[in-house]
Design a protein around this ligand. Structure first.
Ligand code: ZN
Length: 190
């Protein structure tokens, strides 16, 4: 008898648990259904909202267009910046050739309208500006006051030597020798 009683008790407990679980389940399913309904409502209203008429200010469209244009310009700029090659050292031109050792002296000059302008003598030893004096025998002497280096040239004026130097520079320019001289002077400076 007591065994039977125990069995009934078990049944009752199981039944109660079942009812409780079922109740929770129905409650839960109600909630879930509610959520789905709410979600569906949102989707539907969103879909309707996409196609619905809207009243707004015209400047909003201009603002939108401005933002769009600025964005496109920015993207283009980024692409250009990404493709730009890094600037390497500039290739020297004949215009950079403005110093060389000629007839045993160092000469420096400029170009005016493409012409060699006023080559000036410098001491090949100490780089001092040299001075010149006329001699009585149709020659002139170019001297370094610092280390007493002397060079005698034909003609009674420095201009004669300057013209001779100009002709030599012109020859080196046309012969392409200026490239080697330029390489030499940049190596000396380094
Ligand atoms: Zn000197």
């Amino acid at each position: 008898m007591s065994e039977e009683k125990g069995w009934i008790k078990k049944e009752i407990i199981i039944a109660i648990i079942g009812v409780v679980v079922a109740g929770f389940a129905s409650l839960l399913s109600d909630t879930v259904r509610g959520w789905i309904k709410a979600l569906w409502g949102l989707v539907k209203s969103g879909w309707h909202g996409l196609g619905a008429d809207v009243t707004t200010y015209r400047w909003l469209y201009w603002l939108l267009l401005l933002v769009l244009v600025v964005n496109i310009l920015w993207i283009v700029w980024v692409i250009i910046a990404a493709n730009r090659k890094p600037e390497g050292p500039r290739e020297p031109t004949w215009h950079d050739y403005r110093a060389d050792e000629i007839f045993g002296l160092k000469w420096r000059w400029e170009y005016h309208h493409g012409l060699i302008y006023e080559p000036h003598p410098f001491c090949p030893k100490c780089d001092m500006v040299m001075v010149w004096v006329n001699n009585w025998n149709d020659t002139h002497t170019v001297t370094c006051e610092r280390c007493q280096l002397k060079k005698v040239f034909q003609g009674d004026e420095l201009v004669a030597t300057q013209n001779k130097v100009k002709r030599e520079i012109d020859r080196r320019l046309r012969a392409g020798e200026w490239r080697d001289a330029l390489k030499q002077t940049t190596e000396d400076d380094a």
